[in-house]
Design a protein around this ligand. Structure first.
Ligand code: NAD
Length: 297
């Protein structure tokens, strides 16, 4: 039986670790928050006293942490896991972090014979609970093959994006595009409404025309056009503005490093930053629709 040390049992990590348990993996869990640890122990995980304790005897170490600095500290910081993991251990980092941190951690770990893949996810908390996440993996063919059975216990689509760091780059390319589609769809709907159109009718027209996109298909930002989406629930649930802002910041960092022109991504980053600064950070990211409404002259 494969033993997984799972570090970071937050909104995403908690349900992901639970799915590993459900699928027959042994889980040695650690989080700084005792309540998160207790909840997973109740599902059958070993509640570790530290990250080192969790990693003791584990075949795989999986982390789901907030940002690059947490991941660097965990593995290659002072007292990092690099000093205790045996050769051959597989490290999977599923946090959304900058590709530079993923590559830096990988380089140090691989120099010690420890295998590494970056495997950020798409699918949100709903996907984590349902076990239907999309994993976007960066790493060698061998390491991808080793990680796949673990990831399949938590997700539905497992993509190999390329070498180390490619998972992170692919994920933020997708989220940058998503934010642009959300802003564009919102402003088109607002302009239609402000010219007397019914947003339901306009949505149907655009869905069958060349403006068709994912937000119109399953995530309409205008309240009451669709059922069971955050816009029809006061923008609660879904994917928070602050998480989109984080991903857009990572996208801009990547663009700067590769000297890529991302004018639309840069504008989306500014809009989501303004929206967050106005107190909307915890709302779903489709609430950018409201901001465009408020900006009307
Ligand atoms: P979260 O803040 O809910 O969880 C992070 C957890 O890590 C917390 O429980 C925290 O206590 C723990 N933690 C922090 N430092 C630690 C340490 N040194 N040792 C042990 N535990 C530590 O965040 P989340 O929503 O679960 O997101 C995790 C990652 O997944 C982030 O990188 C985020 O960008 C990404 N992500 C989130 C979503 C989403 O919808 N929430 C979707 C896709 C990707």
């Amino acid at each position: 039986m494969t033993t997984v040390a799972f570090i970071g049992l937050g909104n995403m990590g908690g349900p992901m670790a639970k799915n590993l348990l459900k699928n027959g993996f042994q889980v040695r869990a650690f989080d700084l928050v005792q309540a998160a640890l207790d909840a997973l122990a109740g599902e059958g995980a070993y509640a570790a006293k530290s990250a080192h304790d969790a990693a003791e005897g584990a075949d795989v170490v999986l982390s789901m942490l907030p940002a690059g600095k947490h991941v660097r500290d965990l593995y290659i910081g002072d007292n990092g896991l690099m000093s205790m993991l045996p050769e051959g251990t597989l490290v999977i980092d599923s946090s959304t972090i900058d590709a530079g941190s993923a590559r830096a951690v990988s380089e140090v770990l691989q120099s010690k014979g420890i295998r590494f893949v970056d495997a950020p996810v798409s699918g949100g908390v709903g996907g984590a609970v349902a076990g239907t996440l999309t994993f976007i993996v960066g790493g060698s063919d061998d390491n991808f093959a080793a990680a796949k059975p673990v990831l399949e216990a938590m997700g539905k689509n497992i993509f190999h994006a390329g070498d180390t760091g490619a998972g992170q780059v692919a994920k933020i390319c997708n989220n940058m595009l998503l934010s642009i589609l959300m802003v564009g769809t919102s402003e088109a709907l607002q302009m239609g409404i402000q010219n007397g159109l019914d947003p339901k009718v306009l949505s149907q027209i655009m869905l069958q025309s060349s403006g068709r996109n994912w937000t119109l298909e399953v995530y309409n930002p205008c309240p009451d056009v669709m059922e069971n989406v955050p816009s029809s629930n006061d923008y609660n649930g879904g994917f928070m503005v602050d998480l989109m802002k984080k991903d857009l910041g990572l996208a801009q960092e990547t663009a700067m490093q590769s000297k890529s022109a991302t004018p639309m991504g840069s504008l989306a980053n500014s809009l989501y930053t303004m929206h967050s600064n106005q107190g909307n950070g915890k709302k779903d990211f489709s609430s950018i629709f409201q901001m465009l409404q408020e900006l009307k002259g």
